[in-house]
Design a protein around this ligand. Structure first.
Ligand code: XMP
Length: 515
């Protein structure tokens, strides 16, 4: 196992994922973790992440200096390297020329950490400080045009530092470097595999749950579906999957989901039709936040009632993932106010997110996994691609894609339009070209002409975006013939719509969803 100490870098999670891609388990911990705590964890290596500070800033985060006496290999990345240099008696100063973006790595010692990294490889730099004097025992492994010590090492103590970010995709050879550290320097074995994970998770769940009953709220997304498969494997009919249909899903999806689980996966699903209740709750509501809250509250109410009816249950299974449990350093400093701000601003608006005070004990077997690992796990448990690679779909569903008041009539209009969007994308084999592609219904009307008739109807907004993680997104340059086909079909086939417009706003400043 490797530990990443997080100094507030936006890339700490990415380092953890890169290490796990080498089939070695890694965890992100706060930079405040003490040497004593690390000793207990007994990692084979430690990585010090980058960070937004300068090591000389007042209040800049430092690690426990005892870490240098643990006898564990350390790799410092960017800020992590500067901190290593400073704490071990070297010098870091503001660079005469800051370096941002790509730089060519000129290798002085092609062995050890830089084995299989090509001379002249492009590496991603982002730093204003540089090492001006190395601590005793260190030597330079590589430099760039502007940075004399871009990679350094104390071979004897197995301390390494890189000024660039090997974890980002733009760093060619970055993964080779990470592999060298993981396998050759830390001597790790490739034990973090999906098969090993399944075996261990099944054993743990069985040991924890015994023959008591577990309830799982299924949403149809990859996390809850993978969880259902895993728990079904571990505890079979001690698991009850409940699916609450709030009436805001896409056309045919609730039926499809229940059919798939019941008939193909042979996992029983307790289907709860709560469509009327949810619709009544959002009647007359136009404020997006009020709408979201009402749906969220109603979900909890229905969940409580139904779990009482189907219960009693001892455990609630939740699809909590690793990014939700990472002990983040929280050390970013707002350059304008000087205040500390969270590393990531997360939108926690999942209808499936249940309050902590429910009277259940939790089973969360996915809490060590990143999203891409969940997909791998789902696949290997037999989950079909249509679920594994399904576009993200918000908990409040179509209700937040109908701007203003949600009515049964508008739900039907949006469902039909959305169905056409999906169908046209699918028949062109373009589903995976988008992070999300969907329709939004606006509460205004415009004039049109069909045949010789004047029309006065709603517009549909088509929203197609590309994204890595939903935190930022770019509007997709969808081909004109796709846009044309979607527009023609929606205007001709969906009653109540006479215009289709395409959203060309990125996130930021827009958000992906319209509400
Ligand atoms: P925004 O609109 O904030 O969305 O740019 C970012 C990503 O999150 C999804 N999203 C949600 N997912 N419950 C969810 O489970 C929600 O309430 C919710 N709201 C937005 C959105 O579809 C996009 O992928």
């Amino acid at each position: 196992m490797l530990v990443i100490l997080d100094f507030g870098s936006q890339y700490s999670e990415l380092i953890a994922r890169r290490i796990r891609e080498t089939e070695v388990y890694s965890e992100v911990l706060s930079y405040r973790t003490t040497a004593e705590q690390l000793k207990q964890l007994n990692p084979q290596g430690i990585i010090l992440s980058g960070g937004p500070n300068s090591v000389y800033d007042q209040g800049a985060p430092h690690c426990d200096p005892e870490i240098w006496n643990l006898g564990i290999p350390v790799l410092g990345v960017c800020y992590g390297m500067q901190l290593m240099v400073q704490q071990l008696g070297g010098q870091v100063e503001r660079a005469t020329r800051a370096e941002y973006g790509k730089a060519s790595l000129l290798i002085d010692d092609p062995t050890d950490l830089l084995t299989n990294v090509e001379d002249g490889s492009t590496m991603w730099m982002s730093h204003g400080d540089s090492v001006t004097q190395m601590p005793a025992g260190f030597e330079v492994l590589a430099h760039t045009e502007n940075t004399p010590s871009a990679a350094i090492a104390d071979h004897q103590r197995k301390f390494y530092g890189v000024q660039f970010h090997p974890e980002v995709v733009h760093s060619i050879g970055g993964q080779a470097l990470i592999r060298n550290f993981v396998y050759h320097i830390c001597d790790c074995q490739p034990t973090w595999t999906t098969e090993a994970f399944i075996e261990e998770a099944v054993r743990e769940v069985r040991a924890k749950v015994g023959d008591r009953r577990v309830l799982l709220a299924l949403s149809g997304g990859v996390d809850s579906s993978t969880l259902a498969f895993l728990l079904n494997k571990a505890i079979g009919d001690k698991l009850t999957c409940m699916f609450i249909d709030q009436g805001f899903m896409r056309k045919g999806e609730p039926e499809r989901l229940v059919k798939l689980f019941e008939e193909e996966f042979h996992i029983h699903v307790s289907y709860v039709n709560a469509r009327d209740r949810f619709l009544a709750k959002v009647e007359g509501v136009t404020d997006p936040e009020v709408k979201r809250k009402r749906i969220g509250h109603e979900f909890i109410r229905v969940f409580e009632e139904e779990s009482r009816r189907l219960g009693p249950f001892d455990y609630l299974a939740q699809g909590t993932l690793y990014p939700d449990v990472i002990e983040s350093a929280d050390t970013n400093v707002d350059p304008k106010t000087g205040e500390r701000v969270a590393v990531k601003i997360k939108s926690h608006h999942n209808v499936g997110g249940l309050p902590k005070d429910l009277q259940f004990k939790l089973v969360e077997p996915l809490r060590k996994l990143f999203k891409d690992e969940v997909r791998k796990l789902g696949r290997s448990l037999g989950l079909p691609e249509e679920i594994v690679r399904r576009h993200p779909f918000p908990g409040p569903g179509l209700a937040i894609r109908i701007l203003g008041e949600v009515t049964a009539e508008k739900l039907n209009i949006l469902r039909d339009a959305d169905y056409i969007v999906r169908e046209e994308i699918r028949i062109r084999g373009m589903y995976h070209d988008f992070w999300q592609a969907f329709a939004v219904l606006l509460p205004v009307r415009s004039v049109g002409v069909m045949g010789d008739q004047r029309t006065y109807a709603y517009p549909i907004v088509l929203r197609c975006v590309s994204s890595e993680d939903g935190m930022t997104a770019d509007w997709s340059r969808a081909p004109y013939d796709l846009l044309e086909a979607i527009s023609n079909r929606i205007v001709n086939e969906v009653k109540g719509v006479n215009r289709v417009v395409y959203d060309i706003t990125s996130k930021p400043p827009g958000t992906i969803e319209w509400e």
